[in-house]
Design a protein around this ligand. Structure first.
Ligand SMILES: C[S@@+](CC[C@H](N)C(=O)[O-])C[C@H]1O[C@@H](n2cnc3c(N)ncnc32)[C@H](O)[C@@H]1O
Length: 253
């Protein structure tokens, strides 16, 4: 592992305790929900029924989402490249008395056999931090025919209007649009902020059919402890989005 992925591991290993101290309770209070506003999956409907499915949470952190899906009858495996984050997941699974296999590996090179899963899911997980030219084919390899890839990420709009000089979200375009935009972030890590066209082309090229793109607005009563997209901004413009795609049958690719 080199470059941004190695930086990501170092960053998350160092930051895991602070991250979970800041956000863990909010995530655990609304585990089956999306993004910084914790919009319920029951409202969004991106995942559908999960009972009996083999599910991979792809960049699981403390696996709050994975544990909630396991409680609904899915067979969930959590994958993360940060051993410190996985320590939080292990303790959360033990506290919930929920068996949850956890695997330390980078999302671009996982140790699972082909066609191991029915659903690969992440909420601001590995899809947001790795090269989609590597994660998308890896997800296509891991999914069974007809399996689904569902992931949330930040929108280009949110990044385009971020003023890096003042550290504020604004209403003006502050950066040049780039189709395959990779934004330098804390500690040598990167945020992948590809355009919609690039995501559609990558997913389609690697055996997926795009089913939906759900743009998330902050609810009227939204509150968040994140410094990413203040509520007043995110009530007007979507700061987060959820991609939903289905793996095409291998016989058809
Ligand atoms: C913002 S957290 C989101 C996790 C969880 N959904 C949450 O809301 O806390 C991003 C997670 O992705 C993991 N991650 C980043 N790059 C990764 C990679 N290359 N492979 C696997 N996991 C990765 C990080 O270690 C971290 O746990």
């Amino acid at each position: 592992m080199t470059g941004p992925e190695a930086a990501n591991r170092a960053f998350w290993d160092a930051d895991a305790d602070d991250y979970q101290a800041t956000y863990g309770a909010t995530l655990a209070a609304a585990p089956e929900a999306w993004g910084i506003w914790r919009i319920p999956e029951a409202t969004v409907g991106a995942l559908g029924p999960v009972t009996g499915l083999d599910v991979l949470e792809y960049g699981c952190g403390a696996a709050q989402l994975g544990l909630a899906l396991a409680a609904r009858g899915a067979r969930v495996t959590g994958l993360d490249l940060s051993v410190a984050q996985l320590g939080h997941a292990r303790r959360a699974a033990a506290a919930a008395r929920q068996p949850l296999p956890l695997v330390a590996a980078t999302a671009t090179a996982t140790p699972f056999a082909d066609a191991s899963f029915d659903l690969v899911v992440c909420d601001h997980g590995a899809m947001s931090f790795c090269d989609p030219e590597r994660t998308v084919p890896e997800c296509a390899r891991l999914l069974r025919d007809g399996g689904r890839l569902v992931f949330s990420t930040g929108t280009q709009l949110c990044y385009l209007t971020w003023d890096a000089t003042t550290g504020r979200q604004t209403r003006k375009l502050r950066a040049h649009w780039q189709p395959r935009w990779v934004v330098a972030a804390d500690g040598g890590t990167v945020d992948v902020v590809w355009s919609h066209g690039e995501w559609i082309r990558a997913l389609t090229a690697h055996a997926f059919t795009v089913d939906d793109l759900v743009e998330l607005l902050a609810p009227p009563d939204a509150r968040s402890t994140h410094d990413f997209a203040p509520a007043a901004w995110a009530q007007r413009w979507p700061a987060e989005e959820i991609w939903c795609a289905t793996r095409r049958p291998r016989s058809a690719t």
